[in-house]
Design a protein around this ligand. Structure first.
Ligand SMILES: Nc1ncnc2c1ncn2[C@@H]1O[C@H](COP(=O)(O)OP(=O)(O)OP(=O)(O)O)[C@@H](O)[C@H]1O
Length: 297
């Protein structure tokens, strides 16, 4: 497996991200374009490029994601994977290229409208409210659906009560789906790391996204936790039809879970295909272990 073959050298070529967000506020493209009826792509990236100072994080990257598929993006450290997810979710703004999400085309994805575009994401490092319960953290994933005003909520007016009941029902269903019932009222900070990652998945799923972006959902997990998480990700696709874009370092997990895998190296896409195709691609083998005749991938 690639995972077993990945030496530290391949993984330690690039500095870690600095966390500085690029670009100014979201600017929606004023010329929305509908997707061609000939394609079943729900997400298309065309010619995406972004640089930070002198570092080209992504150069001319194309990516097509079909509705209902589990699509992995892999590559050594610093290859540009997180930058790609951050561009799709509007946190970074590409210097070049276009992004089409479910029929709407953007040069800059409006982060503030992401949930309404049907996109949800999780983060590489947990981004939960540790002092709130699991239930409240998950409910925060539906904030964008609230229509009743603050005053209506304070006064307990019917619209606000109906809204609360609807959200509570969706939260309960998500808790059951991800087997979080026994910890639903615990403070998130008191949970083991693997369960916290699952709560983050729950918060993304409760929004009922069409597209779910998962940035290293299994990082730091035990083998058992990874297998459980992989099962939940697959179930989200199989039972709810969610399209999933996944960045993950554990290549064994990626190969077992994904329909198609795109491989980045130094910001360029070097391979794209089924797990079986990518696994034997000489460019991928070179990128990961520095030699075209590497074994065991
Ligand atoms: N906000 C930023 N500011 C400056 N440089 C950045 C920023 N984000 C990414 N980079 C740089 O862009 C390149 C690609 O980084 P990115 O995090 O996208 O790669 P990655 O494949 O996700 O890496 P990893 O697997 O280590 O998370 C790296 O050289 C990184 O240092």
């Amino acid at each position: 497996m690639i995972g077993a073959s990945l030496g530290a050298a391949a993984y330690e070529r690039a500095p870690e991200i600095s966390g500085i967000l690029a670009g100014a506020g979201p600017v929606e493209d004023t010329r929305p374009a509908r997707l061609s009826a000939k394609t079943d792509a729900i997400l298309t990236l065309s010619g995406i490029g972004i640089a930070f100072g002198g570092v080209k994080a992504l150069s001319d990257v194309d990516l097509e994601v079909k509705g209902g598929e589990i699509r992995a993006v892999i590559g050594p450290n610093g290859a540009g994977k997180s930058s790609l997810i951050n561009i799709i979710s509007g946190l970074y703004h590409a210097d070049r290229g276009r992004i089409a999400i479910d029929g709407q085309s953007f040069s800059r994805v409006p982060a503030s409208r992401l949930a309404r575009l049907g996109v949800a994401r999780t983060f590489q490092n947990l981004a939960l409210f540790g002092g709130l319960s699991v239930r409240d953290n998950i409910a925060s994933g539906r904030v964008h659906t609230r229509r009743a005003s603050f005053v209506e909520h304070i006064a307990g007016l019917p619209r606000a009560r109906r809204e609360d009941a609807r959200i509570a029902e969706k939260v309960d269903r998500t808790i059951a789906f991800l087997h979080l019932d026994t910890v639903a009222d615990r403070l998130v900070a008191t949970l083991p790391y693997g369960l916290q990652k699952r709560v983050e998945l729950a918060r993304a799923l409760v929004a009922e996204p069409k597209i779910l972006l998962l940035d290293e959902p299994m990082a730091g997990m035990t083998a058992t936790e990874k297998a459980e998480m992989a099962g939940f990700v697959r179930a989200a696709r199989d039972r709810h039809g969610v399209t999933i874009i996944l960045i993950e370092h554990d290549i064994g997990v990626v190969m077992g879970l994904s329909d198609r895998v795109a491989v980045l190296d130094y910001g360029r896409k070097i391979a794209d295909g089924t797990p079986a195709e990518v696994r034997t691609d000489p460019a991928v083998i070179r990128a990961y272990i520095g030699t075209a005749d590497g074994e065991g991938i």
